[in-house]
Write a protein that binds this ligand. Structure first.
Ligand SMILES: [Zn+2]
Ligand SMILES: [Zn+2]
Length: 319
């Protein structure tokens, strides 16, 4: 049964929304959690065992940021928020790069993210540190077997592409193929540093936006959630650390709203727009920058109900 959301009155204060349901049941999903913990152990043990060359570190950092771009510009700004437009082939490329970060399927990710915006920090929000604690918001919800399904209702707009449904189903494929390529080119050193270590860092770098970015930082806009702006998180996530900006106005290709708010995902998107790979990058209008748009429910609903218009349920996949 769907619990009806009680949206708090907008205010500059962070409003305490009481829990409207019992604590979430936490049962580890074996298919997700065993590889998750094994990769952590393997990354730490093998990194210590084989050590690192200068090239290993460069490969590790490069693959961290390339795949972070797949998550931020792809999974997040494009698939979740449709903050810009691109071709079908490049949307597939973004989904593959994002997929290689082992954060489950693109449609699964984007659908759950739309849910996060619709219910930010309310009891229906599936990864709110305010509702369910830091650990739950960071990794608990991902490792739980309760949220492993794709919420097709929230991602109808992209579910119509068979290649995306395929990637969503076989979401381990890009990482497995990528790992094999790394091993073929650079042997065990590239596999460990470019694959295992880089992936562990990438997991936590990304997950910090669900956990730390709702706890640590400043609040420019009076959103009805706990989202924060944080320079350090923006550096490690290529711009996603401007999370309060983003919660205030979600549909923009840039999340750093001012020149001093570093946002490398946006800089790359801008470069790609100059060569015609992406286009129609949405940016915040002046009254948004000035914080003059009152916080209201429709700003949040826009990401889920408007851009994912109703289609007959029979047209949606079941798995
Ligand atoms: Zn978002
Ligand atoms: Zn958030």
């Amino acid at each position: 049964m769907q619990i009806q959301a009680k949206r708090p009155t907008p205010s500059v204060e962070i409003i305490d929304t009481p829990r409207e349901r019992p604590p979430r049941p936490f049962q580890l999903d074996k298919l997700t959690s065993i590889p998750f913990f094994l990769v952590h152990i393997a990354a730490i043990a093998s990194a210590i065992w084989i050590g690192a060359t200068k090239t290993d570190i460069i490969v590790c950092v490069a693959l961290y940021y390339i795949r972070m771009f797949g998550i931020t510009a792809g999974y997040h700004r494009y698939f979740s928020h449709r903050a810009y437009k691109t071709s079908r082939w490049f949307q597939f490329v973004l989904a593959v790069i994002g997929g290689s970060s082992m954060q489950k399927g693109v449609l699964w990710w984007a659908a759950h993210h739309r849910n996060h915006h619709k219910f930010s920090d309310m009891s229906e929000d599936i990864h709110s540190p305010k509702q369910d604690g830091f650990y739950w918001s960071h990794v608990g919800w991902i490792l739980s077997n309760d949220y492993d399904h794709t919420e097709w209702d929230r991602i109808r707009d992209f579910a119509k592409y068979p290649e995306l449904r395929w990637l969503n189903r076989w979401h381990w494929a890009p990482a497995l193929i990528g790992g094999a390529i790394l091993y073929a080119i650079g042997g065990i050193h590239w596999f460990v540093w470019g694959g295992l270590v880089s992936s562990v860092l990438l997991w936590h770098g990304t997950f910090f936006i669900n956990s730390l970015a709702h706890v640590w930082g400043s609040r420019r806009y009076p959103t009805t959630d706990t989202s924060r702006n944080n320079f350090w998180l923006a550096l490690i996530t290529m711009g996603e650390g401007w999370h309060n900006n983003h919660h205030y106005y979600q549909s923009t290709a840039n999340q750093g709203f001012f020149w001093w708010e570093v946002d490398f995902s946006y800089y790359i998107l801008k470069l790609l727009s100059w060569v015609g790979v992406v286009w129609d990058l949405r940016t915040p209008p002046a009254h948004i920058l000035a914080g003059k748009e009152p916080v209201r429910e429709s700003m949040t609903d826009a990401v889920s109900d408007v851009i994912s218009p109703p289609v007959p349920p029979a047209a949606l996949p079941t798995a």
